[in-house]
Design a protein around this ligand. Structure first.
Ligand code: AMP
Ligand code: FE
Ligand code: FE
Ligand code: ZN
Length: 274
């Protein structure tokens, strides 16, 4: 069983449409794919529809950007029901904040003499707009040569076009994930996060850690396995696939979730679905 529980579609900053992602996952031999777009569930149903024709199961998911002790982290909601009561209203707030942040970034760039057409970018974005969309527009307009250069010159924290995001508390994100019947798993804690924050996140309801991620070293993976033992946490893995030419190239199935862990995850979801 190949179980990849972290991927992105054109509903956020992935390059493949949800249906195309499902086809690519099936081609890669994946049995279960978690569709986890940034702050949106809009890609899930289309991925499911295509998966119905393939030998593939889609696990409903999301990757929520939030803050804990002032530091930005990402929390995966795995096994969520994308139609859960109240979820759409909550996510609409995050979408509105993303559009506002996006417009502020385009204004900062204009102040630097770098002109982009905000409306055109928004019109060609399906749901969840983010820095990668700005980066791609910067390439298209000839201002930079690569995604890496766009982040390095303009978009990374501390660079001139960086704009703070909406300050969603991790605790709230975790509560919303549970209310939608999913488990809350900290995404790539070794790439974004502080290990010393993990106990506080567990106290806030965190269910697991994404120990297996392309940006994790073997030693990071080992640390999270120890945390999982100590705090009774799930361990998941996923490729964080965004497409083949998305700046950070990963392969579908590059990191996966063990079958036993996946069973434990589904069991834990049942706690929240009662
Ligand atoms: P946002 O949520 O709008 O702040 O955008 C964050 C997303 O941008 C991340 O989830 C990554 O997919 C992508 N990203 C961040 N830094 C880089 C980078 N240096 N190169 C490529 N993609 C990046
Ligand atoms: Fe992303
Ligand atoms: Fe992430
Ligand atoms: Zn991701």
């Amino acid at each position: 069983m190949l179980i990849d529980l972290h991927s992105h579609t054109t509903a956020s900053d992935g390059l493949l449409e949800p249906g195309e992602l499902a086809v690519a996952a099936a081609d890669a031999g994946i049995d279960v794919l978690g569709v986890t777009d940034h702050d949106t569930v809009d890609g899930i149903s289309q991925a499911r529809t295509m998966a119905g024709e393939l030998d593939l199961e889609i696990l409903g998911g999301i990757e929520i950007s939030c803050f804990h002790n002032g530091l930005e982290i990402h929390i995966l909601g795995l096994g969520i029901d994308e139609h859960a009561n109240g979820l759409a209203d909550f996510l609409q707030q995050l979408m509105d904040a993303r559009v506002e942040r996006f417009r502020a970034m385009v204004e900062r760039l204009a102040d630097l003499g770098v002109e982009l057409d905000a409306e055109e970018i928004l019109a060609s974005t399906e749901s969840s707009v983010g820095r990668p969309h700005v980066a791609r527009a910067l390439i298209e307009a000839g201002h930079v040569a690569s995604i890496h250069e766009a982040f390095d010159r303009y978009l990374n924290r501390g660079k001139p076009a960086y704009v703070e995001r909406f300050k969603l508390e991790a605790r709230t994100a975790i509560e919303r994930i549970h209310a939608a019947g999913g488990v809350a798993v900290q995404a790539h804690p070794g790439a974004m996060g502080r290990d010393t924050d993990i106990p506080g996140l567990v106290e806030a309801g965190l269910d697991g850690l994404e120990a297996f991620h392309p940006e994790h070293s073997p030693s990071a993976r080992g640390r999270y396995e120890k945390f999982a033992q100590e705090y009774d946490l799930l361990l998941t893995g996923g490729s964080d696939f965004h497409g083949d030419d998305a700046g950070r190239a990963t392969r579908l199935g590059q990191c996966t979730t063990a079958e036993q862990q996946f069973n434990d995850l589904q069991e834990r979801c049942n706690r929240y679905r009662a």
